[in-house]
Design a protein around this ligand. Sequence first.
Ligand code: AHG
Ligand code: MN
Ligand code: MN
Ligand code: MN
Length: 339
Amino acid sequence: VGAEKINTDIVTLTRFLTEEQTKHKEATGDFTLLCHALQFSFKSIAYYIRRSTLINLTGLAGSSNTTGDDQKKLDVIGNDLFIAAMKSSGRVRCLVSEEEEDLIVFEEHPNARYAVVCDPIDGSSNLDAGVSVGTIFGIFKLPRDAKGVKEDLLRPGTDLVASGFTMYGASTQLVITMRGGTVNGFTMDNALGEFILTHPNMRMPKKRAIYSVNEGNSLYWEEPVKEYINSLKYPEKEGGKPYSARYIGSMVADAYRTLLYGGIFAYPADKKSTKGKLRILYECAPMAMVFENAGGQAVNSNMDRLLTVVPQHIHDRSGVFLGSYDEVQKVIDVHKKYA
Ligand code: AHG
Ligand code: MN
Ligand code: MN
Ligand code: MN
């Protein structure tokens, strides 16, 4: 048997970012430096996540955040690690985090041109069970006359210059996309301490019979959602095959599977959560850009394109349906019957 073909042309995230920068003539390198700080924050969060059960970092911090979630110790540590990395980069002016009630402004960097939104630990209710969790992030470029106030961040996802997420699972995966660009997946090589490009130009299957939703909320769903989900479970067509159900409860894990395998992820607004549960700025919009750039669609509960939605407040929520192009189209078509 021939020697295993060794890949000697390894693309690290660092190299990928350098190559990306050369595509932008006017680039100052600030965005690249910001992404290196992001990369470090993922490495340090992964480090603590993987040790949490060993050094008593599981369990509750004893506080709750502005969206009413009980904060886990790792929510707080992940948040602190992320903010420290963004601040030390010197390239971030202000930051919105799920775990911070107000906008964080880095007064030390009044001329920094970027703003970051983040969910430091997504899926934290699953942490103590050892289920995959992750970090979701989005990057906005600030207008020249920005004052570093929250209005600078109440913008549609179409303004994001980059977004993505990490998933701390069996391995540490990073998915990142630039506005109008491709979606690229990286896997952490712990020996090298580098993210290695393993999923270049990720494209979603146009359809896939997998649906991902918390059926425990069925009692509260609006009619169109009930009709849509039932059409997957009880296909009208004679001999039609029902969809397979997959729900992990960590958005990053459900999103990553949906990105790779196809299908649909949904967290609809319903009678219990009339504005939905997932937060626009640091969950819905960054994920929507990833899914659109991978050939999928992402809409809210009014069937508006999620990336066009402008939040009124930094922690505003939205219903969300994201996934394979044809699967989201089915949701839109059912809702049209009720319009
Ligand atoms: P977070 O842990 O950042 O607060 O997010 C939790 C979110 C998201 O990860 C997941 O899709 C959703 O909550 C699950 O909600 P349910 O437990 O209500 O299904
Ligand atoms: Mn939370
Ligand atoms: Mn989250
Ligand atoms: Mn979170």
